[in-house]
Design a protein around this ligand. Structure first.
Ligand code: HPA
Length: 297
């Protein structure tokens, strides 16, 4: 697999054209489902499915627990497109390739992105099985030089220097809390740390990330959110806390990908209720409220 570091504009357009040729209608809301969360797609009505390998330039996932299909349909009356499975930087793709789907969603009409991930719990008060609304992120991979927007700026998507102050939409976060309360679903809120992976963190890294203000840690989401927000989308993010991060080298427990998938499946029914409730009450998208949109006021 050759990693194309800077994806040219034609690749996004070719991918979007190939999807449009197969799908009627235009999605407004995109969902990205993380490890073990794929079964959420069973909730989609009138699904139309495109396997990733049928879309030019689309990165294919090689990871267990990630199906690799784009599913179009309706959820709570909203036209949605769902990524069932995502690709990760650690698989060998460039940041540009890993985030290509987000820009293609934008070209297809998506203005609001709901991202989910499986994550370790850095915050010592968290438990495995918790759901965390993402308040903000630390894009560690980006800070280390692999920002997904590195390279020539494609002005048709967004500005060279995007603002990221309200990168997880405050209104949607508030709505997610309200839906959680209405359904008696306990939720946390906190800062997601995005790492490259694929190795899990050492205890010293866990203590460092916690000291830096992280509450959950995973290998995705932050770069996808940057690309989405750059292009003027609203973003709402959820971490499924599938395991507690181990901060003690003497600890006897271990984290495993199998446990991550198992806990992910346990969280799905609650996450489905939350996402459906948010979609049902989703306020209309207003570009004036989104910082990087040209119509932002
Ligand atoms: N660390 C990083 N990524 C993860 C974890 C973790 O502990 N759990 C699920 N994804």
């Amino acid at each position: 697999m050759a990693a194309t570091e800077f994806v040219p504009e034609e690749h996004y357009r070719a991918a979007a054209d190939a999807v449009r040729a197969r799908i009627a209608g235009s999605p407004a809301i995109g969902l990205i489902l993380g490890s073990g969360l794929g079964p959420l797609v069973d909730e989609i009505e009138s699904p139309q499915v495109i396997p990733y390998q049928d879309i030019p330039h689309w990165p294919h996932s090689t990871v267990k627990g990630h199906a690799g299909r784009l599913v179009f349909g309706e959820l709570e009356g909203q036209p949605v497109v769902v990524m069932q499975g995502r690709t990760h930087f650690y698989e060998g793709y460039s940041m540009g390739q890993v985030t290509l789907p987000v820009r293609v969603m934008r070209l297809l009409g998506v203005n609001t992105l709901v991202v989910t991930n499986a994550a370790g719990g850095l915050n010592a008060s968290f438990s495995a099985g918790d759901i965390m609304i993402i308040e903000d992120h630390i894009a560690f991979t980006g800070l280390a030089g692999f920002n997904p927007l590195r390279g020539p700026n494609l002005d048709s998507f967004g500005p060279r220097f995007p603002v990221c102050t309200h990168i997880y939409d405050p209104g949607l976060r508030k709505l997610a809390h309200r839906v959680a309360a209405e359904n008696d679903i306990p939720v946390r809120e906190g800062v997601y740390v995005g790492l490259a992976g694929p190795s899990f963190e050492t205890p010293a890294e866990v203590r460092m990330l916690r000291a830096l203000g992280g509450d959950s840690v995973g290998m995705s989401t932050a770069h996808e959110t940057i690309v989405a927000y750059h292009t003027g989308m609203r973003v709402l993010g959820f971490s499924s806390i599938t395991n507690l991060s181990i901060d003690d080298p003497e600890a006897s427990e271990e984290v495993s990908h199998e446990d991550v998938l198992r806990l992910g499946r346990q969280i799905v029914p609650r996450l489905a209720v939350l996402i459906r409730g948010v979609l049902r009450q989703m306020p209309p998208y207003d570009p004036a409220e989104v910082e990087n949109h040209p119509e932002h006021e």
